[in-house]
Design a protein around this ligand. Sequence first.
Ligand SMILES: Nc1ncnc2c1ncn2[C@@H]1O[C@H](COP(=O)(O)OP(=O)(O)OP(=O)(O)O)[C@@H](O)[C@H]1O
Ligand SMILES: [Mg+2]
Length: 706
Amino acid sequence: PDALLFFRLGDFYEMFFEDAITASRELEIALTKRECGLEEKAPMCGVPHHVAETYISRLVDKGYKVAVCDQVEDPALAKGLVKREVVRVVTPGTILDANSLNEKSNNFLASIFVDSFGAGICYVDHSTGEMLTTEFIGEQGITLGAILDELGKIMPSELIINRALADDKKIFNAIKNKIAPFINIIEDEGSELTAYLKEVNDFFKKYTEPKIELQSKIYSIISAARLIKYLKATQFSALEHITDIQYYESEQYMLMDISTRTNLEIHETMRRRDKKGALITILDKTKTAMGGRLLKNWLERPLIDTKLINNRLDMVEYLTKNPFVSEEIKEMLHGIYDIERLSSKITNGNCNARDMIALKQSIKNIPDIRAILFNTGQEQFLKIQKELDPLKDVYKLIEDSIIEEPPLSLRDGGLIKKGFNTNLDELRESSMHGKEWLSELEKEEKEKTGIKTLKVGYNRVTGYYIELRKTSVDLVPDNYIRKQTLANSERYYTEKLKEIENKILGAEGKAIEIEYEIFQQIRELVKKEITRLQKTSRLLAIIDVILSFSIVANANNFTRPSLNRKGIIDIKDGRHPVVEATIEHQLFVPNDSYMDTRHNMVHVITGPNMAGKSTFMRQIAIITLLAQIGSFVPAKEADIGIVDRIFTRIGASDNLSQGESTFMVEMNEVSNILKHSTKNSLLILDEVGRGTSTYDGLSIAWAVIE
Ligand SMILES: Nc1ncnc2c1ncn2[C@@H]1O[C@H](COP(=O)(O)OP(=O)(O)OP(=O)(O)O)[C@@H](O)[C@H]1O
Ligand SMILES: [Mg+2]
């Protein structure tokens, strides 16, 4: 009921009444009126079906939901009115149109469920099929803070929340302002837990055994069940690409709250909200869309397990030392399209033959990549090599069946290779022959009648005909039957022509139909391999990110950090990677820093303005972050003690829209930091207490340090 209805009428999608008024305003298309049996004419507007996706995306970008109502019967076969159904509802979190998706970002739809004892969050990327969930147990104030931090990592474009969350105005406003998703409030149904659990288990049963570790996670289950329900209600059938749900605990990762992520300018700069000048721009040398998304993901979830980090660092180190190998991998990754989104498209059914070819090209290089990985002999690469599925069967299937440059449309034939299906080949043969027969017929008739200008022609409406100039009408033989009269010519047909026509058109139409069917069969076959495709794509993404790390390390002179668990951060000649890149002639001055958990727990940094204090502090945080995602770091040497959280409090930004003054924002953030930091956290506080007078500020800073 809250969606605009796109109603299929012939070659158009039409909207009526209020929908038409809204859509014509938002899309700037003409509003017309139509008789509808009521007193007033119905306002209406429409868009051609082949460009509908762009219009739908534009409406969704503007914050509308769009319900697409399609013809579900073949109009040629239907009796009376063609049956129509709503086949999908497009929302910001479920849109699949490639133009409105950023290929290097996930597009998440998240569901949150909270009550007084805990909170669960479950989210899915409909375009790739990933689904993840986590939960928080405890006091409501704490769980809501954790939810907000988690949302900051996920940055969903659409949210489903329950009433309890919607009623908590403080957190609700924070979500609205900081994350700004499209929010659906869905009332609690009061279902039993077993009903929720059944919903989740049923959904995944086809692919995986019900998850043991999930069974005890009540909040995760409820949020997942609510998410699945919403997906089912909006997407109807097309959900088979969501094959698995992954539970994780946020303690498995280093924690950064939203403001830290903003302050360190990881994804965008603070002032201009621009990617240029953000850390990701320097770091992202990935070749594939999957790699780009995974890199973002790793940046959101730095590791705290030294073994896992070292596994990544080992691979990066290998590539930095073996430029030939990394060059080879780079080349191999180059031709790889977004396998994850392609395979989702294929399972969703809205793929065309070109998507199949793109998939084929993407998996073509996998055997070579496996060979390269095998030759490295490096432990981690060997592990990936073993897991990496060469998908030869899928490759062969597409290679054998679909022609190299197929047309966009599936309904006009010309998709399937010769030799794949004998039935199809025969039909094509007879339509080919038909064309020969026609030219023979033309020759014969010319000879018989002696009319040199006689022509056999074709048009879509009337079919095949024999055309004569008006001047030669007297010579027309008796067996010609008149079909059509034009200004300068007459068109006829004969029994024989009719016969040939039936054969040709019959064969052509049949062939097109068969091609369409074959394509659907191939699609079904590929669809069965969806889990393998997804796995392959995720492994390729890992290789891509590791490669990107090694390219960045070589280009910017990064070194491998060593890791310790003693809380020592010891950096020699550390640099700020972004500031360094912007300063000309390599005039950036490297700096050392040393911290531990005993006598060097706190550094107070003073100095004149423009001295580089803020840069220095941020650079320590960034080096630590880079080390913990498994990247090399901008320093001559670095020994990094694993931290569980990085907190920053930098600058002063007003948040008056949330009803908080500068000083209030600052105190809130500092209080949050003091409450949540542990002895293993890294805290960066830049100019604490500057929101008030000198002495008060000093006292605050003093108190905070103590
Ligand atoms: N190590 C460095 N080598 C060269 N240039 C640097 C270095 N660190 C910072 N800069 C440059 O110096 C300028 C000031 O840096 P920064 O903002 O860190 O200074 P600050 O001491 O925090 O100043 P303020 O007291 O005004 O906050 C920036 O333009 C930055 O590009
Ligand atoms: Mg400063």
